[in-house]
Design a protein around this ligand. Structure first.
Ligand code: CO
Length: 243
């Protein structure tokens, strides 16, 4: 609490309009999808301040298609806020990735880690060629980021946005906890998505004859309108008698 009061005082002395401006709404340029790891703070490592980045974090920066939280954040960021850049930010030394690389059992979280084990399966040949375990884990962190970019491309949210006027750019980044440097994996987002389009691409269905719809409701539609309960005193149910 004391830290918060100090922060408010500092902000107000730097810029008296700071909080007033933020209270009027947000137009962040970035969506950050990163790991929950306490050593990877979204704004700290990117030098962004309040209002600049919409943030979603989970264990090992995953894009899981049954995750309503992630999907809601993604849809809102893309369709309402209109973010221009989507960052998948992994980090070397990720505990989630390391756990998924073993056959140990960790409890409920195994159901989350299975998504990273799928990445291991997809890239097993490449990973097995790397003798050094640390290097192999570092490569798995990178491959996991690349697969999450692909997972973004599998969503109809991103597919629809890519057909729009301002398609968002997708970036795969890895943060190094050991030196603080953020590395761009330079994932070619159009390749990552378009080479999967024949399997994962979904068509936009045109709205059914929207332009032919009658301006006035027809008789059947009119009669189907619900006007609230009809009160007819003669139809009241008999009072319940308690035995
Ligand atoms: Co992590």
């Amino acid at each position: 609490m004391a830290n918060n009061r100090q922060w408010v005082a500092n902000k107000n002395s730097e810029d008296p309009e700071f909080f007033k401006r933020l209270a009027n709404g947000q137009t962040p340029r970035y969506l950050f999808i990163g790991c929950s790891d306490s050593r990877v703070p979204a704004s700290g490592i990117t030098g962004t301040g309040p209002g600049e980045m919409f943030v979603h974090r989970n264990i090992a920066n995953m894009v899981v298609h049954t995750d309503m939280n992630l999907l809601s954040v993604l849809q809102y960021a893309v369709e309402v806020l209109g973010v221009q850049d989507i960052l998948i930010v992994g980090h070397y030394g990720c505990g989630g990735v390391a756990a998924a690389a073993t056959n140990k059992q960790y409890g409920l979280i195994d159901n989350w880690l299975v998504n990273i084990r799928d990445v291991v399966r997809l890239h097993e040949t490449e990973l097995l060629r790397i003798q050094d375990e640390t290097q192999r884990l570092r490569r798995l962190v990178e491959l996991n980021v690349i697969e999450q970019i692909r997972n973004l491309g599998k969503t109809n949210i991103i597919q629809n946005a890519m057909r729009g006027d301002k398609p968002p750019r997708l970036h795969g980044l890895v943060y190094d906890i050991a030196d603080g440097v953020l590395k761009d994996l330079e994932v070619n987002d159009s390749t990552a998505i378009s080479d999967l389009a024949h399997i994962y691409g979904t068509e936009v269905k045109p709205l059914v004859a929207a332009h032919n719809a009658p301006l006035e409701p027809d008789a059947e539609e009119e009669s189907s309108h619900y006007d609230g309960p009809k009160h007819d005193p003669s139809q009241q149910p008999a009072e319940l008698t308690v035995a």
